[in-house]
Design a protein around this ligand. Structure first.
Ligand code: PAF
Length: 284
């Protein structure tokens, strides 16, 4: 059975591996694990001698109270899945361990604030501040050599790469491709909140992204690519678009997107009241 520990016990476990010789891969999560998370774990296992996963539903990154309250929590199922993957340690810190009441500090994001603007940054105010705060605190506890993050949260990946560099964490950030159901629906903890029919409807998000990508690859230009993708979404029953945009893969800018080689198509949409995000790189 997998060993679940708090940060004090983690420190004891961690002290047996000297920083200069250790090879610890870290997968931070908010639980409700699915095959996408397990794929991150599998990549980490391939490249590192120890794999640590954290489960912590981070209140600071939820701008919507209902979203936080509805976030699926299923620790027993998570532990069972991780046991099968042969994970070494599951860090399950308490809220006080991550945010001690006397510590009100936040990471200064000024030098990479542009990466956190637009897309999720505009639609979820304060979200990325919450993400960099929690991940920096987790990294300080875990002290990994490699950090594994999914490309489904593409903007988060870019923001966290910048945070790691700025805060001088000595580790590599590995962006792992999005895992999908056979329908194309990106695997996400939030899919657990959808009915069977909702999942079928939600797969139109991937259809729309693929349609925009095909258009971009045919050289039809950004406006046409977006228009074609949006048309697929609008025709899909029960899917409400929040945004459908093309941005530059490095800068996240939607105004200066560069060449199609640098384009990523992003979508946020609602199905059965559940907010879903996905993206595809035009050239992967
Ligand atoms: O991607 C997530 O699940 C979360 O944003 C993360 C990185 C675990 C931070 O809470």
């Amino acid at each position: 059975m997998v060993k679940s520990i708090n940060s004090r016990d983690y420190n004891k476990w961690r002290s047996q591996f000297p920083q200069e010789n250790s090879s610890i891969g870290f997968v931070p999560t908010m639980g409700a694990l699915h095959q996408g998370h397990l794929y991150l774990v599998q990549q980490a296992k391939r490249q590192c001698s120890q794999v640590v996963i954290s489960i912590f539903v981070n209140p600071r990154q939820f701008n919507d109270k209902n979203d936080l309250e509805n976030y699926p929590v299923q620790l027993e199922e998570d532990f069972a899945l991780l046991s099968k993957e042969g994970v070494d340690i599951v860090l399950v810190p308490s809220i006080q361990e991550i945010y001690p009441p006397n510590d009100t500090t936040s990471i200064d994001m000024t030098s990479y604030a542009h990466l956190a603007q637009g897309l999720e940054g505009d639609h979820r105010p304060g979200h990325f501040q919450g993400v960099v705060d929690v991940v920096s605190r987790l990294l300080t506890i875990v002290k990994p050599q490699k950090l594994y993050l999914g490309k489904k949260d593409y903007q988060q990946l870019n923001v966290l790469k910048a945070m790691v560099k700025k805060e001088k964490f000595a580790l590599d950030v590995i962006g792992v491709p999005t895992q999908r159901a056979s329908s194309g629906l990106a695997l996400s903890s939030r899919n657990a909140l959808l009915s069977e029919e909702g999942r079928v409807r939600a797969s139109n998000i991937y259809e729309a992204l693929q349609c925009a990508k095909a258009s971009a690859l045919h050289g039809e230009g950004l406006d046409m690519a977006c228009a074609k993708g949006k048309a697929v979404l609008q025709a899909a029953e029960g899917v409400t678009e929040e945004y459908f945009l093309i941005a530059n893969r490095h800068t996240m800018s939607i105004n200066e997107v560069g060449n199609p080689e640098e384009w990523v198509v992003f979508c946020a949409a609602h199905v059965e009241g559940v907010r879903l995000i996905d993206n595809v790189e035009v050239f992967d």
